[in-house]
Design a protein around this ligand. Structure first.
Ligand code: ADP
Ligand code: MG
Length: 351
C-alpha cells in the first residue's frame, strides 16, 4: 500500500470554537429562554414576561423588573466566561444562583442577534446595545426604559443552516416554551410570569404573585388538576444515609391523564431526574386500579455539596448523592399516601 501522510493538526479559529460551544449550550429556542428567564430570576425580578415569534427562531424577548446591569459592565456582558455570580471554583459548592458560568448570553451572540436594554435603580435613563460574536456592535445608546432588563434575541441559528432547518420542520418549540414557563410559574410563586406569542392579546401562561402553591398550580394547569391533588412531604435527617427534604403535590385516584406531568426542582433548579420519574410511575401503576398517569410537583432540598450542578452544559440533569435511598423514601411516602386516599375513596363508593 502507498504510505499516506497523516492529516495535519491545526488550531481552530476562535470564532469556530465559540460557535460550536454555543450550539451546545443553546440547543434550541427553549434553551435560550430557560437561560434568559433564569437570569431574570437571579436578578431578583418580581415580574418576568416572554414574547415569542416563529417558535423563537424569529424573535425571543424576555423582560424583567430586576436589578438591571451596570453601564460599565455592558462592554464585557456578552463575552464568554464573564459573570457576576461566581469567582472561585470552590464557590460552586454552595452556589445559590441559577447561572454561574457566564456562557449563556455569550452563546446567544454567536448564534443570534442579541440586543440588551437595561436600567439600574436611580438612573434617569437606560441603555440599549446590540451584540455580535461576544462584542458590542456600537457604544451603548441612552434610551427610555422601565425598571429592569429586556433581552431580545433575533434570528436564532441564522448561521447554523442545519439547525435552523430541523427546527423549522418541527414547529413544536412554542409548546416547549409554554411548558417551561408553566414549570417556572408553579415553583417561583412570588414572581408574576407571562408568556405569549408576539403581538397576541392573550397570554398562554399568565400568573400573578401568590402565597399559595395550589393557586399557582390551578392558574397554570387548570381547575381539574388542582382539584385532584394531595400534599406530600418526606424527609431524612440521617446524615449517614441521606439528608433531604421533599415537599410537593401529587394527583389522587380521581385524576385521569394519559401522560405523566412531572415538575421537579432540586435546590430550586428546574431539573430532570428520569430515575425518580420512573420510580413514581411504578408506584402509581402498582397502587391505583386505573392505569392513570400522575401529575407531580415536587421540590427537593439537599445539602448543596450533595448535588453536582455542573455535569451538563444545559444543567438539565443533575446527579445526586444517595440517589437510591432518596428515591426509595419518596416512593414509600407516595405509596402510603395513595393507598390511604384510594381506601377512603373505595369506602365512600360503597356507602
Ligand atoms: P451567568 O448567568 O452564568 O452569570 P450569563 O451569560 O447568563 O451568565 O449572564 C452574564 C451576566 O449578565 C450575569 O452574571 C449577570 O450579572 C448579567 N445579567 C444577565 N441577564 C441579566 C438580567 N436579566 N438582569 C440583570 N443582570 C443580568
Ligand atoms: Mg445565566
Amino acid at each position: 500500500p502507498i504510505p499516506r501522510e497523516p492529516p495535519k493538526i491545526h488550531r481552530l479559529d476562535e470564532s469556530v470554537v465559540n460557535r460550536i460551544a454555543a450550539g451546545e449550550v443553546i440547543q434550541r429556542p427553549v434553551s435560550a429562554i430557560k437561560e434568559l428567564v433564569e437570569n431574570s430570576i437571579d436578578a431578583k425580578s418580581s415580574s418576568i414576561s416572554v414574547a415569542i415569534k416563529d417558535g423563537g427562531l424569529k424573535l425571543i424577548q424576555v423582560s424583567d423588573d430586576g436589578h438591571g446591569i451596570r453601564y460599565e459592565d455592558l462592554p464585557i456582558l456578552c463575552e464568554r466566561h464573564t459573570t457576576s455570580k461566581l469567582s472561585a471554583f470552590e464557590d460552586l459548592r454552595c452556589i445559590k444562583s441559577m447561572g454561574f458560568r457566564g456562557e449563556a448570553l455569550a452563546s446567544m451572540t454567536y448564534v443570534g442577534h442579541v440586543t440588551v436594554t437595561t436600567i439600574t435603580e436611580g438612573e434617569l435613563h437606560g441603555y440599549r446595545v446590540s451584540y455580535r460574536d461576544g462584542v458590542m456592535e456600537h457604544e451603548p445608546k441612552a434610551c427610555a426604559a422601565v425598571k429592569g432588563t429586556q433581552i431580545m434575541v433575533e434570528n436564532l441559528f441564522y448561521n447554523m443552516a442545519a439547525r435552523r432547518k430541523t427546527l423549522q420542520n418541527s414547529a413544536d418549540d412554542y409548546s416547549k416554551i409554554v411548558d417551561l414557563m408553566s414549570r417556572f410559574a408553579v415553583h417561583h410563586i412570588n414572581i408574576s410570569f407571562s408568556c405569549r406569542k408576539h403581538g397576541a392579546m392573550r397570554a398562554d401562561v399568565h400568573t400573578t404573585a401568590t402565597s399559595s402553591r395550589l393557586d399557582a398550580i390551578r392558574s397554570v394547569y387548570g381547575v381539574s388538576v388542582a382539584r385532584n391533588l394531595m400534599e406530600i412531604e418526606a424527609s431524612d435527617n440521617d446524615p449517614s444515609s441521606s439528608l433531604f427534604e421533599m415537599k410537593g403535590f401529587i394527583s389522587n385516584a380521581d385524576y385521569a391523564a394519559k401522560k405523566i406531568t412531572m415538575v421537579l426542582f432540586i435546590n430550586d433548579r428546574l431539573v430532570e431526574c428520569s430515575a425518580l420519574k420512573r420510580a413514581i410511575e411504578i408506584v402509581y401503576a402498582a397502587t391505583l386500579p386505573k392505569a392513570s398517569k400522575p401529575f407531580v410537583y415536587m421540590t427537593i432540598a439537599l445539602p448543596s455539596e450533595n448535588v453536582d450542578v455542573n455535569v451538563h452544559p444545559t444543567k438539565r440533569e443533575v446527579s445526586l448523592l444517595n440517589q437510591e435511598v432518596i428515591i426509595e423514601k419518596i416512593q414509600s411516602v407516595i405509596e402510603s399516601r395513595l393507598r390511604s386516599s384510594n381506601d377512603a375513596r373505595t369506602f365512600q363508593e360503597q356507602t
